[in-house]
Design a protein around this ligand. Sequence first.
Ligand code: CAO
Length: 468
Amino acid sequence: MPLIELKVPDIGDFDSVEVIELLVSAGDQIKPEQSLLTVESDKASMEIPSSAAGRVVELKVGLGDKVAQGSVIALVETADATADQSSAAANAVPATAAVIAPVIAPVISQGSSVPPDAHGPSAPATEPSPAAVADANSAGPESAVRVPPVQADPGEVASPANLPHASPSVRKFARELGVELTRLVGSGPKQRITADDVRAHVKLAMAGAAIKPAGKSSGGAEGAGLGLLPWPKIDFAKFGPVETRPLSRIRKLSAANLHRNWVMIPHVTNHDEADVTALEAFRTEINAEQAVAGVKFTMLAFVIKACVHALQKMPDFNASLEGDSLVYKHYWHIGFAADTPNGLVVPVIRDADRKTVSQIAQETATLALAAREGKLAPAQMQGGTFTISSLGGIGGTGFTPIINAPEVAILGLSRTAMRPVWNGTSFEARLLLPLSLSYDHRVIDGAAAARFNAHLARLLLDFRRVLL
Ligand code: CAO
């Protein structure tokens, strides 16, 4: 079978453009004009179609590569003997530009016309809230940024300035499924909407439809497909002066993800208290010793370390539900909710099992600072297996944290308080740390959650147990 090289044709003014999407793989049968890949300049993205039919033997470009006219895209085995003119012929097809012209269509300008909020300063479009750390298992450049699509305000109309950013094939795919791209926030670089985003959106819509009570018609967006009453529309100005401010991008993303997780996960929260009297005394002592070195041992760092121990003992809490299976992760990446001026984000301490409390304390401080400055990289918010939300420094006696899908549990920490505790003969003043463990009841039973909290409390009562 003849082999030909498919090359990038004349693509006009673009002399070095980045490959942002591979639309075929080695082994695929392709047809003439079938899109092979999407490239993107700082102005537009476009798809490069094939000029021949055949089987892709080898892809010569990868995601992130820069290509220009004449760059070899793929080696293709073709049955057509006349096509066996090798690279020269495949390259020199004069019709290339003409064939491609209708196919290559600039998708969307990404220049200055995009509103700043659409991209955010450096705030990544990933996992910005406990609930937004979804799909953290995805890997690879194409999925380096994984946020499930977020429904924009249904009333939001796409203006030229906020046209959604997606390649032509994704647009076509969305059109076929009847998905309005303006309702999604993409998970790709620069919030580009990917085919996976469209699929996830459809799945969500289907799940919403599936849980709609029989016999009820919600009339679409009203009641979010749950058969609920429409959201009340009130003219607040009738009652006093008002001011309307748009939600930040992070808040919009986290709101959509929190909502999904709250609706789709049957949450139950187990509350317990850990006696941290000895631990706090130790922490104070060690902090005084380490003050010169500038290391601050935080309660959160100790709790992260203890949680790893508990997660290793009870691996269900470090798993994810996928269809009828549980995926057990043999790594312990612990996310922690960080409050920032723009909303919640969840940086992740990777391999917390291999780090000392001191390293964890320093890393949480560095990550929390980066979060507040909007400087967290997407990778720093990915791959979490369990999340801790600590409100201890602020207050409260307990709360119900929302699980950060696809994780199955999240631990909330509230403010420690000195309380009288009966020791069998008398009351003792003990420092108690409230633990609020929300768990996905599809995966975890109430007894297991109570055991997890009890085990954690034992570890925090006597931290030497973490070494066992
Ligand atoms: N009880 C009482 N005091 C506590 C405490 C607790 N459980 N945990 C921390 N503190 C105190 C600390 O002692 C410290 O006091 P000093 O400054 O006097 O030493 C202060 O609170 C700040 O604590 P810290 O430096 O140890 O920081 P932290 O580890 O508590 O918090 C971070 C870091 C990033 C978790 C926090 O800044 C934050 O953003 N919390 C909000 C998280 C949130 O919003 N969660 C809700 C999400 S919805 O589910």
